[in-house]
Design a protein around this ligand. Structure first.
Ligand code: GLC
Length: 430
């Protein structure tokens, strides 16, 4: 089968089978409600950002409800921001006071979340920010909220990034030790070079070694600035764009997962209007799987602790599609070489069941040509209702006017497109 050629260090089989996960960006930034980078973008001081800490009280938080929504959407794992760039911690860390248990809410958010998602059978992933705009030893750099403040810049020279790295390591140790098996870690992110930060600042090498010691099966993303090593990462994470083909490094296909938002923001953004449609989102999922990758789709819960209506609507509709079509996603990957992708379609393939799935993005008139598949298909059906899709031979009239490639299989489609976000034809291969 077309599998990643560079094997991951951790156990990737569950991840490849799963194909679809939920990203959750949650923290104090849900309150200003205009992007999780608001502290940096608006150059907000610690003193001014404190008002969110002082009023954080997600009283409607019900992790069991979140986990059910994710499961019903067809997601097999979830990834939660334990800390984002603003430095606010969602668990009861021993190493800081800047944590949820000191807000009016007063309780740990992570433990009940991990338990609830596990209870629904989902795997557990932690996002943890390498960047920290609150820690006193974290030097002011080119993306720091205080970057334009001369006094902070001057004072920053006394900051010791080594002390910050100790804090980072201690917290990651806590996260890797206190919550049972953690399947996945998303450290975020490195920006080496002039006025930036990278592997020497984070001490990435010893960090990843410690993580693998504590959680040997874990999968770690490629954002620790260790891409030139064979042991410092398991998967790549193209973010907010669709790759044109299976990502490679040094000519070898790699394990990968794309993360995408419903709109532009990861954190809850009240006034944003650029939300993707359900059909667009399903196409993103299918397109990703057709190139051998996973989709991590993000929700930014509100400051009251809920998934907003717009997110629930989309997740519900994706789940409805998944109910009928999930076997074209789970355990599937890129189609084997030699199977040409028809116009306006994507192919996914399950190497175990030997079924090929044609995802029809734009419904054609009457017929669908599958080049290279003549004689290779036993039976074809629509996945949404299990109705047969017959094979036809092109008429002599058609053959006199059009190229009818040898080796092509021609499917006879109903005129009306099935009323689902993406119709799928299931082909049972010989
Ligand atoms: C970027 C952003 C961040 C977001 C992340 C998700 O690195 O800094 O806000 O959490 O991507 O992949």
């Amino acid at each position: 089968m077309d599998a990643p050629i560079r094997e991951a260090i951790g156990d990737a089989s569950w991840f490849v089978d799963a194909r679809f996960g939920l990203f959750i960006h949650w923290g104090l930034y849900a309150m200003p409600a205009r992007h999780e980078w608001v502290k940096s973008r608006a150059r907000i001081t610690d003193a001014d950002y404190q008002r969110y800490f002082d009023h954080f009280d997600p009283d409607l938080y019900d992790p069991a409800a979140w986990a059910r929504v994710a499961k019903d959407a067809g997601m097999k794992y979830f990834v939660i921001t334990t800390k984002h760039h603003d430095g606010f911690c969602l668990w009861d860390s021993e190493h800081t006071d800047y944590k949820v248990t000191n807000t009016p809410y007063g309780k740990d958010l992570i433990r009940p979340m991990v338990e609830a998602f596990r209870a629904e059978g989902l795997r557990v992933g932690f996002y943890h920010s390498l960047i920290d705009w609150h820690h006193p030893e974290y030097p002011v750099d080119r993306v720091h909220p205080m970057r334009d403040d001369t006094e902070s810049r001057a004072q920053s020279k006394q900051r010791d990034v080594g002390r910050y790295a100790e804090y980072l390591h201690a917290q990651v140790r806590e996260l890797m030790s206190d919550f049972g098996q953690i399947d996945y870690l998303f450290p975020d992110f490195s920006f080496p070079g002039e006025d930036g930060k990278g592997r020497d600042d984070w001490q990435s090498e010893s960090l990843v070694k410690m993580v693998r010691e504590l959680q040997p099966q874990i999968l770690v993303n490629g954002r620790l600035d260790l891409l030139d090593t064979s042991w410092g990462w398991d998967f790549r994470t193209p973010e907010q764009f669709a790759v044109r083909e299976w990502p490679q490094m040094n000519g070898r296909r790699v394990l990968w997962e794309t993360c995408q938002t419903f709109s532009g923001s990861w954190g809850y953004h009240r006034d944003e209007a650029t939300w993707k449609s359900v059909a667009q989102l399903v196409r993103v999922l299918v397109d990703t799987v057709s190139k051998g990758g996973n989709l991590l789709l993000n929700v930014g819960p509100t400051a009251r602790g809920e998934f907003a209506e717009r997110a629930l609507n989309r997740l519900g509709a994706i789940g409805e599609w998944m109910r009928g079509h999930d076997r074209s996603v789970y355990g599937c990957t890129r189609a084997p070489a030699g199977f040409e992708t028809p116009t306006d379609c994507r192919l996914t393939y399950n190497p175990t069941t030997k079924r090929l799935y044609v995802h029809v993005f734009a419904w054609p008139v009457g017929q669908l040509y599958l080049d290279g598949l003549a004689g290779k298909v036993r039976y074809a059906q629509l996945l949404n209702d299990g109705s047969e899709i017959p094979f036809v031979a092109p008429s002599s009239h058609q053959a006199s006017l059009d190229r009818v490639a040898e080796g092509s299989l021609v499917l006879k489609l109903p005129v009306r497109r099935p009323d689902v976000p993406v119709p799928v034809i299931e082909l049972f291969l010989e």
